[in-house]
Ligand binder design. Structure first.
Ligand code: ATP
Ligand code: MG
Ligand code: MG
Ligand code: MG
Length: 341
């Protein structure tokens, strides 16, 4: 099978994607897969490298600083049996690359255009979850021009509807980039400024005091749910540093939660998956409050995917080791492609 890996990308999650690519290459059985790499630079250039026939030692080898060919995305080789977009965040996890692959009629791993784009936009995602009857925190949203027209009115609305503590987030991002927790007006104002640096739309949520529990879902029509995992950050919340820079965050797998909570999480994860029309995979993030209430926080349609990331670890603990997980995802991509023909 000719498998093309797309990695890097024009998003704040570029570095994470390179780590993922290295790990996926390491895990792929080269007797089954011919691996063709495409590195997307931070500026958005597509650089095609030679077929990979050996394990990668250093991620620099994946960047083809001397020797890759620049490629127009629309001239992607239509002979690939499958493309695996190992991309997080805007321009990769958000349906744009998926749309290109649809137009080129090349099978690909993971979610389609709709689930990817709806899942990337936290406002659209939460509106869909609300419509599906899923419990979640209160939220409001602003676009930059509305805020700029009357900033005072925007802050007042947040204070009335959400209060403190609140979480301010760019609508379309991941890895906690641009997210702030606010306990007062000064912090709220600074958080708006910061979040609007990343996006023209932001979301402000009620901050909850709760345990953070995540599950992985695999499947197209028939769904499987992994065991649950709990994130125990040693800081105020699970921010970018806690995710990638320091190793103080603990992942507890399986999470030590009552069976009743797990059943509720599994049920809600499937409902959310179907509401967004996901396929292939998704990681669903939840809050579990001290009185046992389960709230959905968000979906990630291309979750962190190194062997040390939550999604692969959840599946490892459910009996699906990393190399097998990759093969299952490739099979699911193929199935979805064939069903559409
Ligand atoms: P990723 O895609 O990497 O999972 P993200 O950038 O999409 O992250 P969120 O998962 O929405 O961001 O939030 C990041 C973290 O911030 C959460 O894991 C949690 O620690 C904290 N957090 C977010 N929203 C809330 C909230 N409403 N109440 C309490 N904590 C929150
Ligand atoms: Mg996310
Ligand atoms: Mg994410
Ligand atoms: Mg999250």
């Amino acid at each position: 099978m000719k498998l093309c890996l797309l990695y890097g990308g024009k998003s704040a999650e570029h570095e994470v994607s390179l780590q993922t690519a290295k790990a996926v290459i390491h895990a792929l059985d080269m007797n089954k897969f011919d691996i063709f790499p495409i590195f997307i630079t931070k500026e958005g250039k597509w650089i095609q490298g030679p077929q990979i026939t050996e394990t990668i030692q250093d991620i620099k080898q994946l960047q083809f600083s001397n020797g890759g060919n620049e490629l127009m995305p629309q001239s992607l080789n239509a002979d690939y049996d499958m493309v695996f977009p190992l991309l997080h965040g805007p321009n990769g996890e958000d349906g744009t690359v998926q749309g290109l692959l649809e137009i080129l009629n090349i099978p690909y791993v993971g979610n389609g255009v709709l689930a990817s784009s709806a899942g990337m936009d936290k406002v659209v995602m939460k509106n869909i979850f609300a419509q599906a009857g899923l419990e979640q925190v209160e939220y409001v949203s602003f676009i930059r021009s509305t805020w700029d027209a009357d900033r005072e009115a925007a802050y007042k609305l947040v204070e009335e509807k959400i209060g403190y503590p609140s979480f301010v987030k760019p609508a379309n991002l991941g890895s906690s980039v641009g997210i702030s927790k606010c306990d007062n007006r000064d912090e709220l104002e600074a958080a708006f400024e910061d979040a609007f640096r990343y996006d023209r739309k932001i979301i402000i949520e009620e901050g909850v005091i709760a345990r953070e529990v995540e599950v992985g879902v695999l499947g197209n029509d028939e769904l499987a749910c992994s065991v649950a995992g709990e994130i125990v950050p040693k800081k105020e919340f699970y921010d970018y540093e806690a995710k990638y820079a320091d190793d103080t965050t603990e992942l507890m797998i399986p999470a030590d939660i009552p069976e009743k909570s797990y059943d509720e999480i599994r049920k809600m994860a499937f409902m959310a998956y179907k509401a967004l029309d996901c396929s292939g995979l998704a990681r669903m993030d939840f809050f579990v409050t001290s009185d046992g209430r389960v709230l959905i926080n968000e979906v990630n349609t291309m979750p962190g995917f190194t062997p040390a990331s939550m999604f692969p670890l959840l599946w490892k603990n459910t009996g699906v080791p990393y190399p097998e997980l990759i093969e299952r995802l490739v099979d699911l991509g193929r199935q979805r492609y064939e069903e559409k023909q």
